[in-house]
Design a protein around this ligand. Structure first.
Ligand code: ZN
Length: 263
């Protein structure tokens, strides 16, 4: 029977699942990268990034229900997320730190070891560095936006901080959307729409949590078990590579240094 997601395994008792949207898009990514290995490594990197968030979340007393790998990126479903700004910063920064560390190590190994592993190590390095840096863009609810919100919350309180961070997130989302549309990157457009809508949704949720929401849907109701379930989402950067990152960067380096040699 066709399910919406499939279990890949369990780490620290956290089920890691692959969503049907990713299963559908994997062959397309494989064609785009002209390799099945690179998309698989990309999503393994996303899973490690989410495990970084999950590790800190659990240390801060949150409950991690599952990690879902989807077309638009990784999602760690976390209940009772830490609300203290310093804890939120640690949790939000842990994912990008894991990515940047793996990226740095992979690139160092690519240069040190050489040989047949160079291309794969180099690709893993580039994928993880871009995953880490992309998620640090302050587009709330992406990681960088959560860091921004936590920083603002210290002085302005959680509600005002979320309002400002969601506003900055919307500006980033519009820029992503325009870039995606003009550069033929449909998935980046979907990520932009996701950021735009989810930021506002989280702002309304914070208002409700702090008991200040009085919008048209603010009807009294019984609390649901899902009320505290936040999603820590980390979209991968979808550059439209026609070739794998190794070839692309070698070509770029040649172009760059070629100019210097001519002048
Ligand atoms: Zn993340």
């Amino acid at each position: 029977m066709l399910k919406s997601s499939y279990n890949l395994g369990t780490v620290w008792g956290i089920p890691i699942k692959i969503h049907i949207s990713l299963i559908i898009i994997l062959p397309l990514l494989a064609i785009q990268f002209q390799s099945i290995l690179i998309p698989v490594l990309l999503f393994a990197s996303v899973a490690l990034h989410e495990l970084g968030h999950s590790y800190v979340a659990r240390k801060k007393g949150a409950y991690v229900q599952e990690i879902m790998l989807m077309m638009l990126g990784g999602v760690a479903k976390i209940a009772d997320m830490p609300k203290r700004p310093s804890d939120e910063v640690k949790m939000a920064i842990a994912g990008p730190l894991v990515s940047l560390a793996i990226g740095g190590i992979a690139l160092a190994l690519a240069f040190l070891l050489g040989g047949i592993l160079t291309r794969t190590l180099f690709s893993v390095g580039v994928i993880n560095l871009s995953l880490g840096l992309f998620n640090l863009i302050p587009a709330f609810p992406m990681d960088g936006g959560r860091v921004l919100r936590a920083g603002l919350a210290i002085k302005k309180g959680r509600i005002e901080a979320t309002r400002i961070a969601a506003g900055v997130g919307k500006v980033c989302a519009v820029l992503f959307g325009i870039y995606g549309l003009t550069h033929g990157q449909p998935i980046l457009v979907l990520i932009a729409i996701y950021i735009y809508t989810t930021g506002s949704k989280e702002y309304r949720m914070v208002l409700m949590q702090e008991g200040q929401y009085a919008g048209p849907f603010a009807q009294p109701r019984e609390p649901r078990p899902s009320d505290n379930l936040n999603a820590e989402v980390s979209p991968p950067p979808y550059a439209r590579h026609k070739e794998d990152p190794f070839d692309q960067y070698v070509k770029r380096a040649k172009n760059y240094f070629g100019k210097w040699f001519k002048s």
